[in-house]
Design a protein around this ligand. Structure first.
Ligand code: GLN
Length: 332
């Protein structure tokens, strides 16, 4: 019989310091990166999208961008990747913005068609959808984002172009698509197509199924660097206002809701673990990026392709855990 309780994996990464004295961001970024890089070997790159399987698993980036534009970074912060499920944040932002412009009824309709509870299931699971009559648990899983894309088609001719335009405006650089990822996902989207068919059967899709899927797959293939993503997400740390232009991207109460959904659902069935160990609204994607929001302070983005069983970057979670702990960023 063992006499000691086995250590939780994170205990190997406990910062060697007084936990009550936060360090500065430059020091925190370097220390977090050093600890995190070493953990990437504990995961596997996504194989079900061929171009993602071919990426060098040792790539690593960590960047934190403060509201005033000051950037702290380490690693491959200018290396582009497909943002994948991180696009789900920006699709939700566009849908909430459209609802805000067109009156409350539209937002009510959105939240009738997609929930805001954690799923406790994998991001592409069909199981819950069958049991819950085609209403996805939240907009951060594939089924939920497909419904959000369907809603966007009520308001926009080309939701992918609108998402790219929003991201380009927010990061200050033109954002494009990754053609290889786009092709690969168009050719291998049986599961997303199944989710869409099931929801259509329950009456939860209004537009042509292929058009909705095209929007969904296109948004996942948007190509950005971690530096661009951190810049683009700062409005969520700033009550919905872009700190560069002063433009209100999303009304403050709606920006709070996006952060809440990220915290509770943005990392799928590991959202509890992220809240526990990172303590920030986060959203991950299968290319290995994770975006995190520290309200009133900064947006951070990390990229390391190997994933854990829930589809979140292994080294990314450790990097954000270390950064949040060392710099005192947790919202709790
Ligand atoms: N494009 C991916 C898919 O549909 C997105 C999943 C993810 O990033 N978690 O499966």
């Amino acid at each position: 019989m063992p006499t000691t309780t086995p250590a939780h994996p994170d205990q190997a990464h406990r910062p060697d310091r007084d936990p009550h004295t936060p360090v500065g961001l430059p020091e925190g970024i370097d220390a977090a990166a050093e600890v995190a890089r070493a953990t990437a070997g504990g995961g596997e790159v996504a194989h079900y999208i061929a171009p993602l399987a071919a990426v060098d698993p040792s790539r690593f980036a960590l960047v934190a961008t403060e509201l005033d534009g000051t950037e702290h970074h380490v690693g491959d912060v200018d290396e582009p990747f497909a943002i994948q499920s991180i696009s789900k944040i920006f699709s939700l932002v566009l849908a909430l913005r459209a609802a805000d412009q067109e009156g409350f009824g539209v937002e009510d309709e959105l939240w009738c068609r997609v929930g805001r509870e954690p799923s406790g299931d994998p991001f592409n699971s069909l199981v819950q959808l069958e049991r819950e009559r085609g209403i996805p648990r939240n907009p951060m899983i594939n089924a939920g984002a497909i419904v959000v894309d369907d809603v966007l088609l009520d308001h926009l001719d080309d939701p992918v172009a609108a998402t790219r335009a929003l991201l380009s405006e927010l990061c200050g650089e033109e954002v494009g698509l990754d053609p290889e990822v786009l092709e690969a996902e168009r050719g291998a989207s049986h599961r997303n197509r199944s989710l869409a068919h099931l929801m259509a059967d329950f009456g939860n899709l209004n537009h042509d199924l292929e058009t909705v899927l095209d929007s969904y797959i296109g948004a996942c293939a948007i190509r950005m660097t971690s530096r661009q993503l951190a810049r683009a997400a700062r409005f969520l740390a700033n009550d919905g206002m872009d700190p560069v232009t002063g433009r209100q991207v999303l009304a403050a109460p709606l920006a709070r809701r996006v952060n809440a959904v990220m915290l509770t659902c943005g990392t799928y069935d590991a959202a509890g673990e992220f809240a526990f160990s990172v303590g920030l609204p986060c959203k991950s994607g299968v290319a290995g990026a994770i975006l995190a929001i520290a309200p009133d302070r900064l947006a951070a983005c990390t990229w390391s392709p190997p994933l854990d069983g829930a589809g979140n970057s292994v080294a990314g979670r450790i990097a954000l855990h270390e950064l949040a702990e060392r710099c005192g960023l947790s919202v709790f």
